[in-house]
Design a protein around this ligand. Structure first.
Ligand code: ATP
Ligand code: MG
Length: 366
């Protein structure tokens, strides 16, 4: 799939812009703080419904203005489409897909998919398990609408259960109603675990392959989903989930939150048998992040039949020339939106490339 046009109005520092993209490599150059990330962030917004940089939509509206608008036109194997987002200060954001308003965020998922790679993405590997779950959740929500709905229901039930644990005067009082939430958590949690596990089983094959290629076969990357609750299949997993919640109730009442479940799961990454998060060098963390991104591209192609749009925000300068080339030459079918504060030489970009210059919130084709 490919983005064909981006239009913005009062979107951060990009006031009124319309940019037509090429179908391969699109390079957005410019000095620091000119609006390069802002432009590609608008594409991410139309894919996922929020910014990769903030959960506060208010920050996305140009300072001093009341309303921001972003529209992305795209083409995919099912035809052409258009996603538009209007952010009005103090109101719920409005999203339309092909001019039809959507009422739930889940309805947006899957129309336009993207993989976002910025230097910050290294945190998937280096930071807490929450980052790795977020990484899985974003990919799963984009490729499986039902996963999005399961996750929403799960999060709602979890917060209700935690509220109950905070408000109950005794464990017996909590026990009277907690089963309602336990049922929902076990049903949805089991689905989430099974889907994350299946996704990781595929991802680990692609990640191992791409990592091995990036390190000339010197390093072996292993990836595994580590769940707190186990079970071979759905009935077994949901039963174990229910039992685990029931067994932990007294402990949870003391802690005043739910301690067991998939909200605590993790993805473990090892290089040659050694945990990357704890012992990986900076270079290894970066290579692993890159391997994961390339693996994500392959898994999307495998799951949905075409590549998502690849957004590379400021990552090129962090890679050596061999890896830069590998990334940009990944597959001629892939559309790339790349930002860079330094020039990207023609020898690296190749022929099928469109250059843009972004200066003070204005984007011009070079
Ligand atoms: P760098 O090369 O440093 O990454 P960039 O070109 O990617 O720079 P952006 O992150 O796109 O820069 O930000 C450009 C400018 O937009 C920044 O100076 C920032 O202060 C400004 N900006 C951010 N949010 C808003 C907003 N809501 N309204 C107006 N300007 C904003
Ligand atoms: Mg930037």
């Amino acid at each position: 799939m490919r983005v064909t046009e981006i239009s913005t109005s009062n979107w951060r520092n990009l006031e009124r812009q319309k940019v037509s993209l090429g179908n391969r490599l699109n390079i957005f150059c410019g000095d620091n703080a000119q609006g390069k990330t802002n432009l590609v962030e608008s594409v991410y917004l139309c894919c996922i419904g929020k910014s990769p940089r903030t959960d506060r939509d208010k920050e996305l509206v140009c300072w001093g203005k009341d309303r921001a608008y972003v529209r992305v036109r795209y083409t995919c194997r099912f035809g052409d489409g258009e996603i538009a987002v209007t952010l009005t200060n103090g109101e719920k954001k409005q999203i339309t897909v092909n001019s039809v308003p959507i009422s739930r965020m889940g309805e947006l998922m899957g129309y336009l998919n993207c993989i976002y790679f910025s230097p910050d993405e290294i945190r998937i590997i280096s930071e807490s398990p929450a980052e790795r779950r977020r990484f899985l959740d974003i990919d799963l929500c984009q490729t499986d609408k039902n996963y999005f709905y399961s996750l929403s229901r799960f999060n709602k039930a979890l917060s209700q259960r935690n509220n109950l644990l905070k408000q109950a005067k005794s464990v017996d009082e909590a026990r009277e109603t907690v089963f309602v939430w336990d049922e929902q958590l076990a049903d949805e949690g089991a689905k989430i675990i099974l889907k994350r596990r299946a996704f990781c089983d595929k991802l680990k094959i692609f990640a191992k392959e791409t990592h091995s290629a990036l390190t000339d076969g010197k390093e072996q990357l292993e990836l595994a989903y580590v769940a707190r609750i186990n079970g071979e299949n759905y009935p077994e997993l949901s039963k174990n989930y229910r039992n685990s919640l029931a067994n932990d109730l007294e402990k949870d009442f003391v802690l005043r939150h739910t301690s067991s479940g998939c909200q605590r799961d993790d993805v473990v990454l090892k290089i040659n048998g050694i945990d990357v998060r704890t012992f990986g060098s900076q270079g290894q963390l970066r290579t692993t992040a890159l391997a994961l991104k390339l693996a994500e591209l392959k898994i999307f192609k495998n799951l949905i039949g075409e590549y998502p749009v690849l957004i590379l925000d400021d990552v090129l300068s962090e890679l050596d020339s061999e890896r830069q080339k590998r990334l940009l030459d990944f597959d001629p079918e892939l559309q790339i939106l790349l930002t860079s504060a330094t020039d990207v030489p023609h020898s690296l970009a190749g022929d099928n490339c469109k250059y843009f210059l972004i200066k003070q919130g204005v984007c011009m084709e070079k």
